[in-house]
Design a protein around this ligand. Structure first.
Ligand code: KG4
Ligand code: ZN
Length: 333
């Protein structure tokens, strides 16, 4: 019954989790509100807040799981990709903890962990399956052949889907992070009110920078005619943008499933919390007779439970890291 402590600190969430024999017993997430004032994550501030939060987060995770630090068998941590200073805090903590307790270390790729979050709980996909991983920094269609055998078959050529959400919200004058607010306003709006362009990118790749520019010009032109355009039409604008982002993502996902003949389709990453995208995937799968895998809300945005579960599977494989390991801001699958 391996007991794994998981640590996540790649961006602006400090998180710790305890996984016992593949079951998540705690998942503590300390959010950083300091960035709201700046309209985006400030890397230097993020590192400092991680330093303040990491010890209390781990203490709380152990307490919630009713596990003592002497019960831990291995420490899993996010090695990358992410903000280097933020990663350094989690990696240094994990190394110090492992050294003090003579425990093995397990390095985890954050993007793989988002996908492996589907192995928390009972509704687990069967290999091979497809996963659309959509976060603030990544947009990928991944062919998942095994726990750590993943192939990116489509990705964004410029902005990520979450970035498109966040930049739209900035254009609309909403605070950061904008994705959850676009989701909130979209629920009261008409998704067919405005038509935004669908980029014509060959194959399974994505592009969101043209859409961002189209939204920017659309808002600028309408506000020039009517200064109250945004406040009078916010729900319809949000619903229409959300619909377009979701259809761009789902059209490519459908194409990927057809090309690879795969009938198990998963969503992962922060944007998988989006209501329109979740409902859209369910409809797409129902229409095609495919099975959809949609993570619970607490496992969509960054969390250490996904690091702990990924750590559990690596522990079973006997793959450990040494004390010389360093974080990586960029990391491929
Ligand atoms: O995976 P994540 O927590 O962090 C990264 O690894 O980047 O993803 C964060 C992204 C942000 O762009 C945020 O706006 C977006 O996920 N997001 C959402 C929603 N919740 C978070 N986008 C749309 N609708 C949501 N409900
Ligand atoms: Zn993430």
């Amino acid at each position: 019954m391996p007991v794994i402590l998981g640590i996540e600190s790649s961006c602006d969430e400090t998180s710790a989790s305890v996984c016992v024999d593949g079951e998540i017993l705690s998942n503590v997430i300390a959010n950083q509100t300091i960035h709201e004032a700046y309209g985006g994550v400030v890397p230097e501030l993020a590192s400092r807040v991680h330093q303040q939060n990491i010890v209390p987060a781990v203490q709380q995770a152990l307490l919630n799981a009713k596990v003592s630090k002497n019960d831990i068998d291995a420490v899993a941590f996010t090695r990358g990709p992410g903000l280097l200073g933020s990663l350094l805090v989690g990696v240094s903590f994990a190394k110090a903890f492992a050294l003090a307790k003579s425990l093995p270390l397990i390095d985890i790729n954050h993007m793989q962990a988002h996908i492996l979050a589907h192995f928390i709980g009972d509704h687990k996909p069967v290999f091979p399956f497809l996963c659309l991983t959509v976060s603030g920094g990544h947009t990928q269609i991944v062919l998942v052949n095994d726990y750590f055998e993943m192939q990116v078959i489509g990705q964004t050529l410029d902005d990520a889907a979450g970035e498109a959400m966040d930049k739209t919200s900035k254009i609309l004058g909403l605070p950061y992070p904008g994705g959850p607010l676009i989701d909130k306003y979209a629920r009261q709006g008409n998704p067919d009110a405005y038509k935004f362009p669908e980029p014509q990118i060959p194959g399974l790749d994505f592009s969101f920078s043209g859409l961002k520019t189209a939204i920017l010009y659309f808002i600028r032109d309408n506000v020039a005619k009517n200064p109250d355009f945004i406040s009078h039409n916010l729900p319809d604008i949000c619903a229409s943008v959300e619909r377009r982002i979701a259809t761009i993502l789902l059209n490519k996902l459908q194409k990927a499933a057809q090309i690879h003949g795969i009938k198990q389709i998963a969503l992962a990453g922060g944007v998988s919390a989006n209501t329109g995208l979740r409902e859209g995937l369910k409809e797409l799968c129902a229409k095609n007779g495919w099975e959809s895998f949609i993570p619970k809300m607490e496992y969509c945005t960054d969390n250490a439970a996904m690091i702990a579960i990924a750590g559990y599977y690596k522990y079973l494989k006997g793959e450990f890291a040494g004390q010389e390991i360093a974080p990586l801001a960029r990391m491929i699958m």
